[in-house]
Design a binder for this molecule. Structure first.
Ligand code: IMP
Ligand code: MG
Length: 179
């Protein structure tokens, strides 16, 4: 039986996340002066971040989601992304802000950026809560980043390990249990 992983140290507290999300909302609000904005959350990992983020963007906007499946319960990146839900909102001519929980290898984002550019938006930008800064080539560097992330496997505030830990209000690392 594989050894279960245990919750390690807190990396970003709930208060620190809230303060940064407020700043990101202000940055995003200042960036989009005109036009229709669709905030497109990549499920499931972005669900809490997106909920907090949009409440800090006072301009008019719409919310929709993309469901892509790339990871199983393993912890390494596989190259392919499947789209399980496609936004119902028309994207052509609108500003798309793609919201992602964490950029690791960048594979997920690269596939989605290519797909979304094909929908002919007015603009396409990425907002990532966390960026591990290890992606070798990104089609589009996230314009809005919450925090640079340490090279650890992180959970909480939407991030999961095998679907667990998403509900934690803070972000922590996962560790092998002590002997
Ligand atoms: P990428 O395609 O390698 O950039 O991985 C992006 C996706 O992998 C994220 O949206 C997460 O769902 C997942 N992921 C990557 N790193 C972590 C992590 O440290 N904790 C939890 N999920 C992660
Ligand atoms: Mg994700």
């Amino acid at each position: 039986m594989p050894t279960a992983l245990e919750l390690g140290a807190e990396v970003f507290s709930a208060d620190r996340i809230a303060a940064r999300v407020e700043e990101l909302g202000a940055e995003i609000n200042a960036h989009y002066l005109t036009g229709d904005l669709i905030v497109l959350g990549l499920l499931k990992g972005s669900f809490i971040f997106l909920g907090d983020l949009v409440r800090n963007i006072p301009r008019p906007l719409q919310v929709d989601f993309l469901v892509a499946s790339s990871y199983g319960s393993g912890r390494s990146t596989s190259g392919d992304v499947r789209l399980l839900y496609d936004p119902e909102t028309g994207l052509r001519g609108k500003h798309i802000l793609l919201v992602e929980d964490i950029v690791d290898s960048g594979n997920t984002l690269n596939r989605l950026v290519r797909l979304l550019r094909g929908r002919e938006p007015r603009s396409l930008e990425i907002c990532a809560l966390l960026h591990k800064r290890i992606a070798r080539s990104l089609e589009l560097e996230p314009r809005f980043v919450g925090f640079n992330a340490p090279p650890l496997f992180l959970v909480g505030y939407g991030l999961d390990h095998a679907e667990d830990y998403r509900h934690l209000p803070f972000i922590a690392s996962l560790e092998a249990p002590k002997e």
